[in-house]
Design a protein around this ligand. Structure first.
Ligand code: PGA
Ligand code: ZN
Length: 424
């Protein structure tokens, strides 16, 4: 039987979890099989990541995606037409060459990632396999350890507090299902902790409780309280993670923590974070310093890298080259993998390979603007990434991902594995 080929590519505007326009791509093969995917969108984007092509102008505050949708329906559909669906690398290479810019600014990273992920889905459908299993290529596939946001902050909560994410990692869990059960308990307990203080104000962009706190550290106190109230053991069962997203409050060489009324140099910020690590059961910190603070990141890693996971998000932007360069200077020991930061699936996988090569851990991640698309869950399982960060434990664009993980775990049955904490 001849290998199925791409017959048509359809781009359309759909809407994300913030009610903003985003790009959906659908690929139709010559045997009638289809694959579909939707681009997510960040709010605290890194300077070096693939560019979301937005229309500008008055409509939708400039966030329209008509040009990116036109890229899909026009140039991309023409260039990829009749390519065999089984060669993802060739498809992505064609996308990269067609765009011709380092940051996908011409066609739009939102156009290229939607098409690239749609191609993956079409390829899996064509061979009649679940996507995660196709991605595993016969190797190990494991459910990832979830990293679950409990309080939102930073750019996702009107900058009510400076730190962007206060999260938990159910380090004591022995299955994905058990990990989510533990996360659910902490999430609900955190809601009660806030309600008891008269500070329940709904949820932030990724579903975490709105951060009505008097200081950044108070969020950590309340998180600890929520873990205990849920009847779980801090450290042994639940570890704390934070995404500082420090670029968001960095300027002129200084870090401005508005809720704490503090303006700090890099060393002082690192001292503050180091102090938190001594006081709280923190097992992971993301973007502790700004994306261009190489000295700070190397210093931070040399100070705490032997004890905790140090993730580069804005700092590494899912770039294999940036991962390799950071590893060479001793900055970070883990990478956040967001496919739309790279712009294609193949480049995302290259960043994962670079991280593995450096002996790092890998965390597949959603964006703050999401949809029902669950591709990243399959990437995390099929690539055996080890960890998955998709936001909090509320709002269906988040729950769609957690629930997809449960379906995959059930489908794997007893043969399935789970990336317990400390096993990569
Ligand atoms: P973003 O935030 O999607 O708004 O960039 C997520 C993160 O920083 O991890
Ligand atoms: Zn981040």
């Amino acid at each position: 039987m001849a290998e199925p080929r791409i017959e048509r590519i359809l781009g359309r505007r759909v809407w994300d979890s913030r009610g903003r326009p985003t790009v959906e791509a659908e690929i139709v093969l010559d045997n009638g099989v289809r694959g579909r995917a939707i681009a997510p969108a960040g709010a605290s984007t890194g300077t070096h990541e693939a560019v979301e092509l937005r229309d500008g102008g008055a409509a939708f505050d400039g966030l329209g995606v008509d040009r990116a949708v036109a890229s899909v329906n026009g140039e991309i559909a023409a260039a990829l037409g009749s390519m065999p669906i089984g060669d993802q690398r060739a498809i992505d290479r064609r996308l990269i060459e067609l765009d011709g810019t380092p940051t996908k600014v011409r066609l739009g990273g939102n156009a290229t990632i939607a098409v690239s992920m749609a191609a993956l889905h079409a390829a899996a459908a064509a061979v009649g396999e679940p996507l995660w299993r196709m991605l595993a290529e016969g190797g190990t596939a494991r459910l990832p350890m979830p990293m679950v946001q409990i309080f939102g902050g930073g750019a996702h909560a009107g900058r009510r507090v400076d730190i962007q994410d206060f999260l938990i990692i159910p380090v004591g869990a022995t299955s994905f299902d058990e990990a989510l059960t533990m996360a659910a308990r902490v999430y609900q307990a955190a809601g009660k902790v806030m309600a008891d203080r008269g500070r329940l104000r709904g949820v932030a962009d990724e579903g975490g409780w709105w951060p009505e706190f008097t200081s950044n550290a108070e969020a950590l106190d309340r998180l600890l309280e929520a873990i205990e109230r849920a009847g779980l053991l801090p450290e042994d069962e639940i570890g704390i993670a934070i995404d500082v997203a420090a670029s968001q409050f960095h300027g002129g060489g200084r870090y401005r923590l508005a809720v704490d009324g503090a303006e700090l140099e890099s060393e002082a910020l690192i001292e503050l974070l180091t102090g938190w690590c001594a006081r709280y059961p923190i097992v992971s910190i993301e973007d502790p310093v700004a994306e261009d603070d190489d000295g700070g990141m190397t210093f931070f890693t040399s100070t705490l890298g032997h004890r905790i996971q140090i993730i580069g998000d804005d700092y590494l932007v899912t770039s294999a080259a940036r991962v390799a360069a950071a590893a060479a200077r001793g900055a970070c020991n883990a990478v956040l993998l967001k496919p739309n930061q790279a712009g294609t699936v193949t480049e995302t996988k290259a960043a994962l390979a670079a991280a593995r090569n450096a002996g790092w851990r890998t965390v597949v991640s959603a964006r703050s603007g999401e949809t029902e698309d669950v591709t990243i869950v399959h990437l995390a399982v099929g690539w055996n990434a080890g960890q998955l960060k998709v936001g909090s434990f509320a709002r269906s664009e988040r729950m769609a991902k957690w629930n997809e993980g449960l379906r995959i775990e059930a489908a794997m049955g007893t043969a399935g594995g789970f990336a317990r904490w400390g096993t990569g």
